[in-house]
Design a protein around this ligand. Structure first.
Ligand code: PLP
Length: 285
């Protein structure tokens, strides 16, 4: 395996950044993850656009042209011989003597790219059964719309889920409303049969998979509302699922141990997973 680090491809085992990289010291950086289907990147433009938005919001310089970056992403996938899996990109504010304010102008951002294979059969087997979700208080900062590498609350939430035998944690605000998953967007088919996910005016990440599904349901004519739901509503829902690059559309069959619907992935969830995968595979570049 190889990783791209600041201009060179290195064996994965010695791919390192400096101890004074601001990503390491301050989590002063952003990232993106693309799904790879048959060696090609899915939802390419949406992730690239969000990367640029994240960089702009934090005033991290754009490290290289979009064309050059596209080339690096594809080359990393190729060199790792990934057919199906994910590619990870991280850009930090670069390396400088530790000090909170931004480093001197001209300090180059650090760029790291890795890729890994994820067997499709395993993902399909997990999705066929569905997974357990637990809820956790959302203790994150006020700019969750920026995809920063500052993920400690998400790490703690996911670990709490694993320790309770669950696959994902859904984070909950002070009103008892679900914000999103620790690394996914949360959805339900409510007790009236309406598909719901939280609006992006709230403090959540604007998921690229979420956006792709919103486009698909317009064509399908599914009844939908972009409105937050409570944990209680989720527990009474007919179906529940979550979305992200790498997880795509993953059925949630229990929430805090309460069975959702009949405890099996629901028909709308399964349909959306199929539609999303068809579209993502077709449009991958
Ligand atoms: N919400 C959070 C907190 C995430 O970390 C992610 C993905 O990493 C998502 C949602 C889903 O976003 P996307 O569909 O763009 O992968």
């Amino acid at each position: 395996r190889v990783a791209y680090v600041n201009g060179t491809y290195r064996p994965h085992g010695d791919a390192t950044v400096h101890v004074e990289d601001r990503g390491f010291q301050f989590a002063d950086g952003v990232y993106e993850v693309w799904s790879i289907f048959d060696g090609r990147l899915a939802d390419f433009d949406a992730h690239m656009t969000r990367l640029h938005r994240s960089l702009n919001e934090l005033r991290i310089p754009i490290p290289m042209t979009r064309e050059a970056l596209t080339q690096v992403l594809k080359e990393t996938v190729r060199r790792n011989r990934v057919r199906d899996g994910i590619v990870y990109l991280q850009v930090t504010r670069g390396t400088a003597r530790r000090d909170h304010p931004f480093p001197a102008e001209g300090t180059p951002p650090s760029v790291v790219v890795t890729a890994k294979s994820i067997p499709q059969a395993k993902a399909e087997a997990t999705a066929a059964k569905g997974v357990a979700v637990v809820t956790q208080p959302d203790i994150r900062w006020g700019r969750c719309d920026i995809k920063t590498v500052g993920l400690l609350p998400n790490v703690l939430a996911k670990q709490a889920a694993r320790e309770r035998g669950a696959y994902e944690a859904w984070m909950v605000d002070e009103m008892g409303l679900v914000t999103e998953g620790s690394s996914t967007n949360a959805w339900i088919v409510d007790e009236n049969g309406k598909l719901r996910t939280r609006d992006t005016q709230a403090n959540i990440l604007r998921g690229c998979t979420r956006a792709a599904i919103l486009e698909l349901i317009k064509e399908e004519g599914v009844e939908f509302e972009e409105r937050a739901f409570s944990v209680d509503e989720a527990k009474r829902a007919k179906e529940a699922f979550f979305t992200a690059a790498g997880a795509w559309v993953m059925p949630a069959v229990s929430i805090d141990g309460v069975k959702i619907g009949n405890g099996k992935p629901g028909p709308i969830t399964k349909k959306l997973r199929e539609l999303y995968l068809d579209q993502a595979r077709r449009d991958a570049i």
